[in-house]
Design a protein around this ligand. Structure first.
Ligand SMILES: *Cc1c(COP(=O)(O)O)cnc(C)c1O
Length: 364
């Protein structure tokens, strides 16, 4: 039953992190909790590159993604769409009963800054949703270029999903002018799922204060009020906060810059391997993610047979294509704690499995 995940979330969690989660419970209104909460703020602010508070939500990222819409959209939200998560965000906005439109691109194509400017210039919008790293197809848009466009429209509050890129490369929230920046625990942070971490600008808090129907659980104003006392609005997932504390110490020990370089190097290692095999990168050239690779299955490998063998013989699991890409593309994560050794072990196993599948095909 024991195997290791190389899918782009959830990803493998270290023994150290798992042990951190076994610490005894503390009351979430106790001084011990306040100390825990406040002890991780500076490191979180450093990773968000922000002076604003960083909030902890006991939910998966979608909770905050939906909640953000309820907190800042008054007029109409523009949803940038180029993959499964981005596409879903428009659907979520509509389910919340909000006025929303999509700026649509093919899966794997980056969001185009010029087209974004043209759409925002219509003046219809007071908010935008944008996914930095579209995990479904391994496409990373040019966030600095897109934020430069969004900053031309001061009434537009930006909600940016950095869920699968956060902590793998620098994303400078304050410098870029990101209003709401959201991540989740089970992607590049290599924690178990269940915790979403986000930071909100003063501008966005000011907007939220003027909006009715924000609800309670994801109300930004509640998060800010509780933050000022070193707490969360409702009982948080304390075990995951212990895990986060442990992970932040890991990141500090490695050094953020070394960590960013490690992700870039391992990402390239996988890409070089796959291109040499004859696979092609699925996303547009120059827009491949640094935390995962999504390859078009140009060799027409039976991906479900591949994953079955990979798991049974080597104890590894990769992803066989998200949603409509199932069977047509595959994804390999290099997030979290992976090293040159662990990625090389995976690629060596994949070599063996591909050879075995080719031999079986030749016989059959
Ligand atoms: C994983 C992911 C999400 C959704 O996260 P949940 O934890 O399932 O809510 C959203 N956006 C991106 C880009 C993701 O990779």
């Amino acid at each position: 039953m024991s195997y290791k995940l190389f899918i782009p979330g959830p990803i493998a969690v270290s023994e150290k992190t798992l042990r951190a989660m076994t610490q005894p419970m503390i009351g979430h209104r106790s001084p011990d909790f306040v100390a825990l909460y406040q002890s991780i703020q500076p490191d979180l602010q450093a990773l968000f590159y922000t002076q604003d508070a960083v909030y902890l939500s006991t939910s998966s990222a979608w909770g905050v993604m939906e909640g953000s819409l309820r907190n800042v959209v008054k007029k109409k939200v523009l949803c940038c769409m180029n993959g499964a998560f981005a596409d879903k965000w428009l659907d979520v906005a509509q389910r919340c009963g909000l006025a929303a439109s999509g700026l649509r691109f093919e899966w794997g194509q980056p969001i185009d800054p010029a087209m974004l400017r043209m759409e925002l210039a219509t003046g219809q919008y007071d908010a935008i949703t944008l996914i930095h790293n579209e995990t479904s197809c391994g496409c990373m848009s040019d966030l600095p270029a897109l934020m430069a466009v969004i900053r031309e429209f001061p009434e537009v509050i930006s909600i940016v999903d950095t869920i699968s890129s956060f902590s793998a490369l620098p994303i400078k929230k304050d410098e870029l002018g990101i209003d709401v920046m959201i991540t989740g625990s089970q992607k590049a942070l290599a924690l178990p799922p269940g915790l979403s971490i986000f930071s909100v600008s003063k501008r966005a808090l000011t907007r939220a204060a003027t909006i009715t129907g924000r609800g309670y659980y994801f109300d930004f104003i509640e998060f800010q009020k509780n933050h000022e006392n070193g707490m969360t609005p409702s009982t948080p997932t304390i075990s995951l906060i212990y895990a986060l504390q442990s992970k932040l110490a890991d990141i500090k020990a490695e050094g953020a810059t070394v960590r960013y370089a490690r992700h870039a190097r391992l990402n390239q290692l996988v890409r070089t391997w796959a291109l040499a095999k004859g696979f092609q990168l699925f996303p547009a050239a120059g827009y491949g993610s640094v935390t995962l690779n999504c390859f078009a299955n140009t060799l027409k490998v039976d991906l479900s047979a591949l994953n079955k063998l990979l798991k049974a013989k080597h104890g590894f699991v990769i992803d066989g294509g998200y949603g409509k890409l199932k069977g047509l593309a595959f994804r390999i994560s290099n997030m979290g704690d992976e090293t040159d050794e662990t990625m090389t072990a995976l690629l060596t196993a994949l070599d063996a499995v591909l050879a075995e599948l080719a031999a079986t095909k030749a016989l059959g």
